[in-house]
Design a protein around this ligand. Structure first.
Ligand code: FA5
Length: 382
């Protein structure tokens, strides 16, 4: 007996056509029409991804979806004379279900897009968001102060590579291989492919730019070179393996030691204030002759060596002076590397350690804070 409708049969797709009493092509078509309407109705209720997934699994799920059941229970065991029509209608039904799934997916995509539009809509009537403005790192600020001072007396600012060849970092600065001064500047060499023409290293000072600058231009030269330098120094309160220097170089036909001391004195007084005193001590650098170390009177104890509350000043350790940087008159040997005539030109050079300079000026007792990027420290120097 044919059951005119599926509504009075529980799970009709789990039964065979014979069990459902379906024997004619018309009855087969009717069965599929009812199934199709059921699917249409359920698809209209899909409004969320989880409902979509339930629908998809229920209807076209590979293992136990209704489509799989229809194939298994209606098509496979169908009588020979019904098989062709069942197969044909089943194919149409399969395409129809796929269309329903695709449409539902598109519907969900559109809904998601609309929701995102609403979320992202810009309401121009709302007050603006005020973002906190950052500031330059203290080291950059100090670079700027130094640049301003030297530019005001006719120097220009140039920059150079942090990766150098031994020639520029050492040899052309009159530091041949095996010179003991290289021990003080042990550094990081780059791992290069086998057969590389020259070794490369992270520059240990900004002095290579003396050579690069003089190679490029004839006297008069007046430059400063701010930048990062690297050494294999163990970190402590005054040492870091990366730190900052400003190199200075002035070369002309008539530069004297007086020009040199006057320039340095002017810079220090501009930077620390007029009350600091300065002094030179003899020193040694292979690329300057004579060479000096340059000290300032301790800005913390006013050059007395005694702390404000009595006792020894902890910053200068009672010495009343603090070493600032190395400098000197350019060694004539260096001119030989850049084709300057040592008989006609003279000049001076200096290399200031910026981190220690900043520590002195701003009363910072540990160089490491410059590299930790702790905003509590950075915010103190807006
Ligand atoms: C030089 O680097 C020379 N190139 C300076 C120079 C230039 C001399 C031109 C003459 C003519 P020195 O090794 O002393 O010199 O370093 C200069 C400054 O760098 C020091 O005074 C110190 O302030 C700073 N410095 C050196 N090593 C470190 C370190 N590991 N961490 C932080 N600052 C350092």
């Amino acid at each position: 007996m044919y059951l005119a409708t599926m509504s009075n049969v529980e799970n009709p797709t789990e039964k065979t056509l014979a069990e459902l009493g379906v024997h004619t092509p018309e009855e087969v078509t009717t069965l599929f029409v009812e199934l199709r309407e059921k699917a249409n109705k359920e698809q209209r209720w899909i409004d969320k991804p989880d409902k979509f997934e339930q629908f998809r699994v229920k209807w076209i799920g590979r293992k136990s979806g209704i489509l799989a059941q229809v194939t298994e229970n209606w098509l496979k065991p169908a009588d020979v004379d019904l098989k062709r029509i069942v197969g044909q209608v089943l194919n149409e039904f399969r395409s129809h279900l796929q269309r329903l799934v695709d449409q539902a997916q598109q519907g969900l995509d559109v809904r998601a897009g609309q929701a995102a539009d609403v979320r992202e809509r810009v309401d121009l009537s709302l007050p603006g968001v005020i973002r906190p403005i950052g500031s330059h790192h203290l080291i950059r600020q100090v670079f700027q102060q130094i640049e301003d001072i030297f530019v005001s007396i006719g120097f220009s600012v140039v920059e150079g590579p942090e990766i150098e060849t031994p020639y520029y970092n050492f040899e052309a600065l009159n530091i041949p291989e095996f010179h003991p001064v290289r021990d003080d500047m042990d550094t990081f060499y780059l791992e290069l492919p086998k057969g590389a023409a020259v070794p490369l290293l992270l520059r240990t000072h900004t002095s290579p730019m003396q050579i690069r600058t003089m190679e490029k231009q004839k006297p008069p030269v007046r430059v400063i070179v701010p930048g990062k330098v690297y050494r294999r120094d163990n970190p402590d309160a005054t040492h870091s393996f990366v730190f900052h220097q400003v190199e200075g170089l002035a070369v002309d036909t008539d530069i004297t030691f007086c020009d040199f001391t006057g320039t340095i004195d002017y810079f220090v007084k501009q930077f620390f204030g007029p009350s600091v005193k300065t002094r030179f001590r003899p020193s040694y650098f292979p690329f300057t002759e004579p060479s000096v170390e340059f000290d300032v009177s301790c800005p913390f104890c006013g050059g007395s060596g005694t702390a404000a509350g009595g006792g020894t000043c902890s910053k200068c350790k009672g010495a009343a002076w603090i070493e600032l940087f190395g400098a000197g008159m350019v060694d004539p040997a260096v001119y030989g590397f850049v084709n300057y005539d040592a008989k006609k030109v003279s000049g001076f050079a200096f290399g200031i350690g910026i981190d220690r300079l900043a520590m002195l000026k701003y009363g910072i007792d540990d160089i490491q804070v410059f590299f930790q990027n702790d905003v509590r420290f950075l915010r103190q120097f807006p």
